[in-house]
Design a protein around this ligand. Structure first.
Ligand SMILES: N[C@@H](CCC(=O)N[C@@H](CS)C(=O)NCC(=O)O)C(=O)O
Length: 208
C-alpha cells in the first residue's frame, strides 16, 4: 500500500489528489510539522524533516512533484501525463515544475513568517518579497489560462495539480485578493473535481 505522510494543507495534497485522479489505493499518515524534526522514525525517511514523504515498498521519496511523476510511471499510463511526442508535453513538463520551483517554494518564507515567526518579526520585508515574487511569476500562469482551459492545454494534467497547490493556500497565507481573476476561476473549476474533493476530505481527516 502506498503511504503518504503529511495531511492537511501540506504538499501531500498534491500526491493524494494525483492518487485520487488515478484511482489508486493509498493511506495518509498524518504527521505534524512540529514532530518531524525530532521523530527518529521520520528522520530516517527524511533527515531534513519536511513533508510530504511517500513510501511504497522499498521506495521512499521526499519531493512532492517527483512523487506525482513516480505514481504516473509506476502505476500508469495515465491521461494526467501527455505522451512525450504530444505537442503539449513541453508545456506540461515546464508547468509541472513551475508550480513548485517558481511559485510554491518561494511562499514557504511567507508561511514561516506568518505562522512560526515571533510576533514582532511576522511583517518582514522578506515575507512580503516572497508573496510579491509569487504574484509576479503568476502572470505566466494567467497568460496560459487565457489561451487554454488547463495549464498544459485542453486537458487536465498533473501539471494542474502542481500549479494549483500554491493558489489553494492563498486565503491561508492572505494573498487571495492579489490572485488574477483568471487563476481564481481556474482554481474554482479544479476544486469542483470529484477527485480533488475526495483528496481534500481525506487530507483533512486528521490535519497535520
Ligand atoms: N520541494 C518540496 C518542499 C517541501 C516543503 O516545503 N514542505 C513543507 C510543508 S508543505 C515543509 O515541510 N516545511 C517545513 C520545512 O521545510 O522544514 C516538495 O515539493 O515536497
Amino acid at each position: 500500500m502506498i503511504a503518504i505522510y503529511g495531511g492537511g494543507r501540506t504538499r501531500s495534497l498534491r500526491v493524494v489528489w494525483m492518487a485520487e485522479e488515478m484511482g489508486l489505493d493509498y493511506e495518509i499518515r498524518p504527521v505534524s510539522l512540529i514532530e518531524t524534526k525530532s521523530d527518529p522514525a521520520f528522520q530516517a525517511m527524511n533527515p531534513a524533516g519536511f513533508l510530504p514523504v511517500l513510501q511504497d515498498g522499498d521506495v521512499t521519496m521526499i519531493e512532492s512533484v517527483a512523487m506525482m511523476e513516480y505514481l504516473a510511471v509506476r502505476y500508469g499510463p495515465t491521461p494526467l501525463v501527455p505522451p512525450t511526442d504530444d505537442p503539449t508535453w513541453v508545456r506540461y513538463k515546464q508547468f509541472l515544475h513551475f508550480g513548485e520551483s517558481s511559485v510554491a517554494a518561494v511562499l514557504n518564507i511567507a508561511v514561516g513568517s506568518k505562522f512560526a515567526a515571533p510576533r514582532e518579526h511576522r511583517d518582514n520585508w522578506g515575507a512580503a518579497l516572497a508573496v510579491d515574487l509569487a504574484m509576479n511569476r503568476s502572470c505566466v500562469v494567467a497568460n496560459q489560462l487565457k489561451a487554454t482551459p488547463f495549464i498544459a492545454g485542453d486537458e487536465f494534467t498533473a501539471a494542474d495539480i502542481s500549479v494549483a497547490y500554491p493558489y489553494l493556500l492563498a486565503k491561508f497565507i492572505g494573498f487571495q485578493d492579489r490572485v488574477d481573476p483568471v487563476i481564481q476561476d481556474y482554481i474554482g473549476r479544479l476544486k469542483a473535481r470529484p477527485a480533488f474533493e475526495r483528496a481534500l476530505a481525506r487530507s483533512n481527516e486528521k490535519a497535520a
